[in-house]
Design a binder for this molecule. Structure first.
Ligand SMILES: Cc1cc2nc3c(=O)[nH]c(=O)nc-3n(C[C@H](O)[C@H](O)[C@H](O)COP(=O)(O)OP(=O)(O)OC[C@H]3O[C@@H](n4cnc5c(N)ncnc54)[C@H](O)[C@@H]3O)c2cc1C
Length: 378
């Protein structure tokens, strides 16, 4: 039971958790509303009221919701859609304070997927797109057109006071879990940079070594911060639920996102222009052009051209726009992490250190200073 408001949603959440566990259910998490004019709160939107998902009707058995969630990763492949609000709410926004779960085949739910970047029907798409041919996440726009949710699947209904807490607690877990995965992805990027340097015969060149060292610093920094977030976990006071340290989770996501394009810049610089102009696998497998490409696109003599071709395709695929935008926006934009870091910062600790070092005392001034006139001193 929530002590602040006397609600009993925890029992329903626990019931849903057991159902998910017992039935091995795949879930998608839908937090991001389409939001309309970003400078306006949910209840202030002008054109219509549905830019944030909201409760349009309540009955004894449940609620009816309307609105749309954007960028919902894996929603089309899931068994249950878990819905959370995407921001702190005020009282006037209370119809938007909604958390619930609903199966994707419920009447009134429509999903629209983005264009697929890779044509998987091409027989050799895995050669040209080694990552995205097997790792395409369908991030759908999910429209809720008057969808009924029964009471037992409603986990928050108008409790606008809890909306911000829910958003922040979700971000603690999500930013960490997503970025532990990113550590592995950056490891792969560093490996690709090292191999590209070797295949081009440039592994001993000092500016290339510096760039590889920077990439290693980036990867291992992310790994270290992720570990620190787990080791220094905190405990929620009422439930004793352990959760990742929010300062470190926000730091790891920010560090990842803020440096991703810099990392790509270094890897692309090391690999060379073939990243963007490499012929397709079809040309390499062609009996006429294949031997010519094998002869002329080789780098270091002892490395077969095929290896150089594959590393170029891998780096090009790791640089795709889906990954670039995902780095910045998935798990919240850069600014959302900076806001959290600022809010979590121990201002008194930092100020105390500076005061101690500068001999600044709050209680008494040195006699010389106490004689000086008030500011401004002319
Ligand atoms: C690949 C990918 C996967 C994703 N998966 C999921 C998912 O599974 N589930 C989910 O719920 N979400 C998911 N997201 C959504 C992600 O959390 C959002 O993209 C992110 O929070 C930014 O929201 P937005 O895209 O609406 O951009 P915007 O909110 O429009 O942000 C654009 C810029 O405007 C700034 N901005 C926005 N509003 C304000 C304001 N009021 N004041 C000042 N600055 C503002 C932002 O800081 C940013 O700089 C995913 C996103 C991506 C790219």
């Amino acid at each position: 039971m929530d002590k602040k408001l006397g609600t009993r949603y925890a029992e329903r959440v626990e019931g849903f958790r057991k159902y998910v566990q017992k039935n091995d259910i795949a879930t998608a998490l839908l937090m991001t509303d389409v939001k309309g004019d970003r400078s306006l709160r949910p209840s202030e939107q002008k054109l219509h009221k549905d830019y944030y998902l909201r409760i349009v009707e309540q009955s004894r058995d449940g609620i009816i919701i309307r609105g749309a969630k954007a960028h919902a990763s894996w929603a089309p492949c899931s068994n249950e859609l878990i819905i959370l609000p995407c921001r702190a709410m005020k009282e006037e926004d209370k119809e938007y304070a909604i958390a619930c779960a609903v199966p994707p085949n419920t009447d009134g739910i429509i999903m629209v997927q983005p264009e697929r970047p890779v044509n998987f029907k091409e027989p050799n798409s895995w050669l040209d797109y080694p990552i995205s041919s097997g790792d395409y996440s369908p991030d759908a726009v999910v429209v809720f057109n008057n969808v009924f949710v029964p009471n037992e699947r409603v986990f928050m209904k108008e409790e606008w006071q809890l909306s911000g807490d829910l958003v922040h607690m979700f971000a603690n877990f999500h930013r960490l879990m997503a970025n532990i995965g990113k550590y592995a992805e950056i490891e792969l990027l560093v490996g690709a940079a090292i191999l590209a340097a070797e295949y081009n015969g440039l592994e001993k060149v000092s500016h290339i070594r510096n760039k590889i060292a920077w990439l290693m610093y980036y990867a291992e920094g992310l790994g270290a911060l992720s570990q620190l977030a787990c080791i220094n976990c905190l405990f929620e006071t009422e439930t004793k639920l352990a959760y990742p340290n929010p300062m470190y989770t926000n730091m790891v996501k920010f560090m990842y996102a803020d440096n991703f394009h810099q990392a790509l810049k270094y890897v692309q610089d090391i690999a060379g222009g073939l990243l963007s102009t490499a012929p397709s696998s079809e040309d390499f497998l062609n009996s006429e052009t294949g031997p010519l490409l094998e002869k002329y696109l080789r780098g270091k003599s002892e490395i077969p051209t095929e290896k150089r071709f594959k590393i170029m395709k891998l780096i090009a695929d790791l640089s795709n726009v889906h990954k670039q935008v995902g780095a910045i926006h998935a798990e919240g934009s850069l600014q959302s992490q900076l806001l959290s870091i600022y809010a979590l910062g121990d201002f008194e600790k930092y100020k105390a250190a500076a005061k101690r070092a500068g001999g600044i005392k709050d209680d008494k001034l040195h006699p010389v200073f106490s004689q000086l006139p008030d500011y401004p001193i002319r």
